[in-house]
Design a protein around this ligand. Structure first.
Ligand code: GLN
Length: 191
Protein backbone atom coordinates (compact mmCIF):
# COMPACT_ATOMS: atom_id res chain seq x y z
CA UNK A 1 0.00 0.00 0.00
CA UNK A 2 1.28 3.48 -0.82
CA UNK A 3 0.52 6.19 1.72
CA UNK A 4 1.33 9.90 1.50
CA UNK A 5 2.59 12.26 4.15
CA UNK A 6 1.89 15.94 3.54
CA UNK A 7 5.41 17.38 3.63
CA UNK A 8 4.89 21.13 3.40
CA UNK A 9 5.72 21.88 7.02
CA UNK A 10 5.88 20.28 10.45
CA UNK A 11 6.55 16.81 11.85
CA UNK A 12 6.23 14.74 8.67
CA UNK A 13 9.52 12.79 8.88
CA UNK A 14 8.48 10.83 11.97
CA UNK A 15 5.22 9.78 10.26
CA UNK A 16 7.19 8.63 7.24
CA UNK A 17 9.49 6.53 9.43
CA UNK A 18 6.51 4.87 11.15
CA UNK A 19 4.89 4.02 7.80
CA UNK A 20 8.15 2.59 6.46
CA UNK A 21 8.49 0.43 9.60
CA UNK A 22 5.03 -0.98 8.79
CA UNK A 23 6.10 -1.90 5.27
CA UNK A 24 4.24 0.87 3.40
CA UNK A 25 5.56 2.68 0.40
CA UNK A 26 5.59 6.39 1.26
CA UNK A 27 5.24 9.53 -0.86
CA UNK A 28 6.14 12.93 0.57
CA UNK A 29 3.29 15.03 -0.84
CA UNK A 30 4.11 18.59 -1.89
CA UNK A 31 2.02 18.86 -5.06
CA UNK A 32 -1.54 17.74 -5.90
CA UNK A 33 -0.43 15.39 -8.69
CA UNK A 34 1.47 13.33 -6.10
CA UNK A 35 -1.87 12.26 -4.58
CA UNK A 36 -2.60 9.89 -7.48
CA UNK A 37 -2.46 6.24 -6.45
CA UNK A 38 -2.32 6.85 -2.69
CA UNK A 39 -4.65 4.99 -0.31
CA UNK A 40 -4.37 7.64 2.38
CA UNK A 41 -2.54 10.79 3.40
CA UNK A 42 -1.32 11.89 6.81
CA UNK A 43 -1.50 15.62 7.55
CA UNK A 44 1.14 16.13 10.27
CA UNK A 45 1.45 18.39 13.26
CA UNK A 46 3.08 21.77 12.87
CA UNK A 47 1.47 25.18 12.70
CA UNK A 48 -2.00 25.10 11.23
CA UNK A 49 -2.12 28.67 9.80
CA UNK A 50 1.24 28.20 8.02
CA UNK A 51 0.24 24.76 6.79
CA UNK A 52 -3.10 26.03 5.48
CA UNK A 53 -1.42 28.87 3.65
CA UNK A 54 1.09 26.52 2.00
CA UNK A 55 -1.76 24.14 1.08
CA UNK A 56 -3.49 27.01 -0.71
CA UNK A 57 -0.29 28.16 -2.42
CA UNK A 58 0.31 24.68 -3.86
CA UNK A 59 -3.31 23.83 -4.70
CA UNK A 60 -3.36 21.10 -2.08
CA UNK A 61 -6.50 22.41 -0.38
CA UNK A 62 -8.56 21.56 -3.46
CA UNK A 63 -6.35 18.53 -4.15
CA UNK A 64 -6.85 16.95 -0.73
CA UNK A 65 -10.61 17.61 -0.77
CA UNK A 66 -10.89 15.92 -4.16
CA UNK A 67 -8.69 13.07 -2.91
CA UNK A 68 -11.05 12.47 0.02
CA UNK A 69 -14.18 12.78 -2.11
CA UNK A 70 -12.86 10.13 -4.50
CA UNK A 71 -12.22 7.56 -1.75
CA UNK A 72 -8.87 8.51 -0.24
CA UNK A 73 -8.46 8.47 3.55
CA UNK A 74 -7.01 11.35 5.59
CA UNK A 75 -5.47 11.40 9.07
CA UNK A 76 -4.67 14.70 10.72
CA UNK A 77 -2.45 14.89 13.81
CA UNK A 78 -2.59 18.04 15.95
CA UNK A 79 -2.28 20.95 13.46
CA UNK A 80 -3.42 18.42 10.83
CA UNK A 81 -6.54 17.73 12.91
CA UNK A 82 -7.23 21.49 12.93
CA UNK A 83 -7.07 21.60 9.13
CA UNK A 84 -9.61 18.74 8.94
CA UNK A 85 -12.14 20.29 11.36
CA UNK A 86 -15.35 21.88 10.12
CA UNK A 87 -15.44 24.24 13.13
CA UNK A 88 -12.74 26.35 14.78
CA UNK A 89 -13.54 28.33 17.94
CA UNK A 90 -13.06 32.07 17.42
CA UNK A 91 -11.26 31.60 14.12
CA UNK A 92 -14.05 30.76 11.71
CA UNK A 93 -12.16 32.33 8.82
CA UNK A 94 -8.87 30.44 9.24
CA UNK A 95 -8.53 28.46 5.98
CA UNK A 96 -8.82 24.69 6.33
CA UNK A 97 -10.16 21.62 4.57
CA UNK A 98 -13.24 21.49 6.82
CA UNK A 99 -14.17 17.84 6.18
CA UNK A 100 -14.47 16.25 9.63
CA UNK A 101 -17.53 17.22 11.65
CA UNK A 102 -15.80 18.42 14.82
CA UNK A 103 -15.15 21.83 16.37
CA UNK A 104 -11.70 22.46 17.84
CA UNK A 105 -10.17 25.20 19.96
CA UNK A 106 -6.52 25.86 19.15
CA UNK A 107 -3.89 25.75 21.91
CA UNK A 108 -6.64 25.07 24.42
CA UNK A 109 -4.81 22.93 26.95
CA UNK A 110 -3.42 26.10 28.61
CA UNK A 111 0.02 27.69 28.49
CA UNK A 112 1.41 26.00 31.63
CA UNK A 113 0.59 22.52 30.46
CA UNK A 114 0.92 23.32 26.76
CA UNK A 115 3.02 20.18 26.28
CA UNK A 116 2.54 17.04 28.32
CA UNK A 117 2.26 13.31 28.00
CA UNK A 118 -0.46 11.05 29.27
CA UNK A 119 -1.67 7.51 28.86
CA UNK A 120 -4.92 7.32 26.93
CA UNK A 121 -7.09 4.28 26.29
CA UNK A 122 -7.65 3.78 22.56
CA UNK A 123 -10.67 1.62 21.78
CA UNK A 124 -9.60 -1.63 20.19
CA UNK A 125 -5.90 -0.90 20.79
CA UNK A 126 -5.56 -0.46 24.58
CA UNK A 127 -3.39 2.00 26.54
CA UNK A 128 -1.30 4.36 24.42
CA UNK A 129 1.37 6.89 25.49
CA UNK A 130 0.14 10.19 24.04
CA UNK A 131 2.31 13.28 23.53
CA UNK A 132 0.37 16.55 23.48
CA UNK A 133 2.21 19.59 22.06
CA UNK A 134 0.18 22.82 22.12
CA UNK A 135 -2.71 20.57 21.19
CA UNK A 136 -6.15 21.68 20.07
CA UNK A 137 -9.09 20.65 22.23
CA UNK A 138 -12.02 18.97 20.50
CA UNK A 139 -15.04 20.79 21.92
CA UNK A 140 -17.79 19.28 19.73
CA UNK A 141 -18.20 16.08 17.75
CA UNK A 142 -20.91 15.63 15.14
CA UNK A 143 -23.41 12.73 15.28
CA UNK A 144 -21.52 10.64 12.69
CA UNK A 145 -18.19 10.93 14.51
CA UNK A 146 -16.84 8.04 16.62
CA UNK A 147 -14.69 8.90 19.63
CA UNK A 148 -11.76 6.42 19.73
CA UNK A 149 -9.95 7.91 22.76
CA UNK A 150 -10.53 10.62 25.36
CA UNK A 151 -8.38 12.48 27.86
CA UNK A 152 -9.80 14.31 30.88
CA UNK A 153 -13.27 14.03 29.41
CA UNK A 154 -12.41 15.44 25.98
CA UNK A 155 -12.14 13.39 22.79
CA UNK A 156 -8.52 13.19 21.60
CA UNK A 157 -8.87 10.65 18.77
CA UNK A 158 -11.92 10.61 16.51
CA UNK A 159 -12.98 8.99 13.28
CA UNK A 160 -15.66 9.64 10.66
CA UNK A 161 -15.60 7.30 7.65
CA UNK A 162 -12.25 7.78 5.93
CA UNK A 163 -11.22 10.63 8.23
CA UNK A 164 -9.13 10.16 11.37
CA UNK A 165 -7.92 12.87 13.75
CA UNK A 166 -5.63 12.71 16.78
CA UNK A 167 -4.83 15.87 18.74
CA UNK A 168 -1.75 14.14 20.17
CA UNK A 169 1.34 12.92 18.29
CA UNK A 170 1.45 9.11 17.81
CA UNK A 171 4.47 9.51 15.50
CA UNK A 172 6.60 10.61 18.47
CA UNK A 173 5.80 7.61 20.65
CA UNK A 174 7.73 4.92 18.79
CA UNK A 175 4.50 2.92 19.02
CA UNK A 176 3.11 2.27 15.55
CA UNK A 177 -0.33 0.88 16.49
CA UNK A 178 -2.28 3.98 15.45
CA UNK A 179 -0.39 4.13 12.15
CA UNK A 180 -1.31 0.48 11.62
CA UNK A 181 -4.95 1.28 12.47
CA UNK A 182 -4.92 4.06 9.87
CA UNK A 183 -3.47 1.97 7.06
CA UNK A 184 -5.40 -1.24 7.81
CA UNK A 185 -8.75 0.05 9.02
CA UNK A 186 -9.26 3.61 7.82
CA UNK A 187 -7.39 3.65 4.50
CA UNK A 188 -7.58 -0.12 3.94
CA UNK A 189 -11.26 -0.46 4.69
CA UNK A 190 -12.36 2.71 3.05
CA UNK A 191 -10.51 3.02 -0.26
N1 GLN B 1 -0.64 24.79 18.11
C1 GLN B 1 -0.53 24.39 16.73
C2 GLN B 1 -1.63 25.04 15.89
O1 GLN B 1 -2.54 25.56 16.42
C3 GLN B 1 -0.60 22.87 16.62
C4 GLN B 1 0.57 22.25 17.36
C5 GLN B 1 1.02 20.93 16.82
O2 GLN B 1 0.67 20.53 15.71
N2 GLN B 1 1.83 20.26 17.58
O3 GLN B 1 -1.56 25.04 14.70
Amino acid sequence: MRVGVLALQGAFREHKQALLRLGCKVTEVRLPQQLAGLAGVIIPGGESTTMAKLMQDYGLDAGLKAFYETGGALWGTCAGAITLATGLVGLAKQPRLGLLDITVARNAYGRQIASFEAEVEVSGLGPFRAFFIRAPRIVRVGPAVTVCASFAGDPVMVREDGLLATVFHPELSGDDRIHRYFIEVVAGGYA
